[in-house]
Design a protein. Structure first.
Length: 204
């Protein structure tokens, strides 16, 4: 009975976020730019965003003049898998260089994880910027029409959700349980609150 209820809830959530997720993606233009040692991410974080950002990170790793890699954000979030891949590249880059993150606008959802993944002490948030964390949201296409794939999607969702919460907990210095609770309640923070929470270090 519990499994049936979970499946029904999952299908309802997917149906909702197919619509809301597609609307969000089409409402914002993906824009990644590289100027000097500064990578700027604006809009929704999608596969194309991830590819461009990671390419730029490795390009700057090979640039001896770029002592610091700076990633600026003004984003409402996007795809979890793509965002975590960006965080992986940032983590690798920090073995060789400082990775500074700056929320020049709002850093919401997955963008908050990228903000928090910068080098400790080098994570900045704009004075009037907001940071928001919430539970992972899902979208699917034809999978919802095939009940046989529901279990597979749910298992993948569970794994991605764990990585999502773990990354945020590690970056903020909090327990996974605390992050889950705050994400469930959709937590909005001012710049000072984001610093106190552990997602950033200084006001920009």
């Amino acid at each position: 009975m519990v499994n049936k209820l979970r499946i029904l809830s999952f299908l309802a959530i997917v149906a909702i976020f197919i619509l809301s997720g597609q609307a969000a993606a089409s409402a914002e233009d993906v824009n990644v730019s590289l100027e000097g040692n500064v990578i700027t991410i604006r809009g929704h974080i999608l596969e194309e965003t991830r590819a461009e950002v990671i390419k730029n990170i490795f390009q700057l790793l090979g640039d001896e003049k770029a002592a610091i890699i700076e990633i600026r954000l003004a984003s409402s979030g996007g795809n979890v898998e793509d965002s975590l891949e960006i965080c992986n590249a940032m983590h690798y880059a920090q073995k060789f260089k400082t990775v500074r993150t700056v929320a020049i606008g709002n850093a919401e959802s997955c963008a908050a994880i990228i903000l928090s993944a910068g080098t400790k002490g080098e994570r900045y948030v704009g004075k009037y910027s907001c940071v928001m964390i919430h539970s992972m949201q899902m979208s699917a296409s034809n999978a919802i029409l095939d009940p046989k794939k529901v279990k597979e999607i749910m298992e993948r969702y569970d794994k991605e959700a764990l990585a999502y919460y773990f990354a945020m907990a590690e970056n903020a210095g909090k327990s996974v349980e605390q992050i889950k609770e705050d994400c469930y309640n959709e937590k909005w923070m001012t710049s000072k609150e984001a610093i106190a929470y552990g997602l950033a270090d200084k006001v920009w």
